[in-house]
Ligand binder design. Structure first.
Ligand code: PLP
Length: 457
């Protein structure tokens, strides 16, 4: 099919969907560092983690060697309701930019949760159900993860308790109602429902919350409720594993037409969509079979890769979770209230952190108004209203395409369009009214939190 014109939409059929998730860690020479017990600073055991997470997910979390995990049939069947997701050739954007670059995007916003998060939510709910649990707890920032998990839990008839970062709870009442439609209970965080929530409220009265706080609350609730476990929508190895459906589908679709990308771009909050998108390509790079440029894009207001340090840190503000070695801004860092809620996390996946540390991936940070410039440009020509998070990737894809225009290079650029922005119209409104700020923390502000990192020897 090599010389055929590439269609706008490269469709795959059901039979071409992946039947196994790809575990990138199996091909990494430098494995991501193990999670540590916060009390003993020793690597966490399967047993310890099983008090917090579902058993099968603990196995996936700790396994750095098995290259493929079969996707259970029930999960594959659920995937078939909204996957394979489209891989779109952005002909219209290319024309508008007048660039010789070829631009493709993998669109994950075509399900009700509006983002890629459903790919892992359905897997985590499946394993919780299989273990005979009553329900799960979680946190949500912008609300996409909470929505995805609510959908997944209602499908498997599980209870779902969501701690939602307070500023999002207030800014996005409709997200909250979608979650309740799917049967979840939603609590603004920090709350007085947990000990850690009460403590945070006492220390920071009037705080609008953060993902780190909400995680602490959700974990406490899970370990103190019978038949409950905690689930997380990003950062963890298991989540990156589930999200490899994105990259595996992308690779199959590109291979069908003999297309080899030069640059692969994704936004990075905790790293799950980016990790999932690049995994099969990074695998080739690690095995010496092919070379690609990978670019992680993060907000300038929460720049964990570009301005954080590579060290062990707590995953949550309440310091109840295991320690992870990652690029971090410090677990007490609370980013300014920007509009890409899904990217406001102080740390980054250990897998991506290690790859970045080893020079296998690049990272850039972008300011908020520049991101919305790109979002609007994209919406007007490609017909999709992108999520603010996804628009970070759009920004850099456009920038790279414009560089090609200068040099005349015909590069192939693939980026992850992780979701839609219908619930983010307040952000778009601020942008249109020119009320959007580009708050970027100073080095001194970051230092306050970086100085407080735990010392691990
Ligand atoms: C949550 C979210 C992200 C960021 O999360 P990652 O784990 O870094 O992928 C990006 N885009 C959308 C639409 C999201 O909902």
């Amino acid at each position: 099919m090599k010389n055929e014109k590439i269609p706008y939409n490269i469709y795959l059929n059901e039979a071409e969907m992946p039947t196994a998730w790809y575990n990138l860690r199996a091909d990494m020479k430098n494995k991501p560092a193990p999670l540590l017990n916060p009390a003993t600073h020793l690597p966490v055991t399967e047993n310890e983690l099983s008090n917090i997470f579902c058993e099968e997910l603990v196995k996936q979390e700790l396994d750095c060697d098995t290259p493929y995990f079969e996707i259970p049939e029930e999960i594959r069947n659920f995937y078939k309701m909204y996957r394979p997701s489209p891989l779109v050739r952005a002909y219209c954007l290319e024309k508008k930019l007048d660039t010789p670059a070829h631009i493709y995007y993998k669109f994950e916003g075509n399900n009700t949760s509006g983002s890629h998060k459903l790919n892992s939510a359905i897997a985590q709910a499946y394993y919780a159900k299989k273990q005979g649990l009553k329900g799960v707890t979680t946190e949500t920032g912008a609300g996409q993860w909470g929505t995805a998990l609510s959908m997944a839990c209602s499908y498997f008839d599980l209870e779902c308790k969501v701690f939602m970062v307070k500023c999002s709870y207030e800014q996005k009442p409709f997200r909250r109602e979608v979650m309740r439609t799917y049967g979840a209970s939603v609590t603004p965080s920090p709350s007085t429902e947990t000990e850690v929530g009460k403590k945070i409220l006492k220390e920071h009265p009037g705080t609008t919350g953060s993902l780190g706080c909400a995680i602490s609350e959700a974990v406490e609730k899970a370990v103190t409720s019978e038949g409950y476990r905690y689930v997380l929508g990003s950062v963890l190895n298991q989540v990156l594993l589930h999200q490899t459906v994105i990259g595996l589908e992308t690779k199959t679709a590109l291979d069908k037409y003999g297309i080899k990308p030069d640059i692969i771009i994704g936004c990075a909050g905790g790293g799950s969509n980016l990790g999932g998108l690049i995994a099969p390509f990074m695998g080739e790079k690690l095995r010496g079979e092919a070379d690609y440029r990978f670019i992680a894009v993060e907000p300038a207001s929460c720049p964990s890769l570009t301005r954080g340090v590579f060290a062990y840190d707590f995953c949550d503000t309440g310091k109840v979770c295991p320690l992870a070695k990652m690029y971090t801004l410090g677990c007490d860092f609370i980013p300014s209230a920007n509009h890409a809620g899904g990217l406001r996390y102080h740390g980054m996946s250990s897998i991506l952190s290690q790859l970045y540390h080893d020079g296998l991936m690049e990272a850039v940070s972008v300011a908020q108004t520049n991101v919305f410039d790109a979002a609007e440009q994209f919406a007007r020509i490609e017909g999709i209203l992108p999520a603010p998070e996804s628009s970070h990737a759009i920004r850099v894809a456009i920038d790279e395409a414009l560089k090609c225009k200068e040099t005349g290079e015909e590069k192939t650029i693939v980026f992850g369009l992780t979701g839609t922005g219908y619930f983010d119209m307040v952000a778009y409104e601020k942008y249109h009214n020119k009320e959007m700020s580009d708050y970027i923390p100073t080095d001194d502000e970051l230092k306050v939190y970086l100085d407080k990192l735990p010392s691990i020897d």
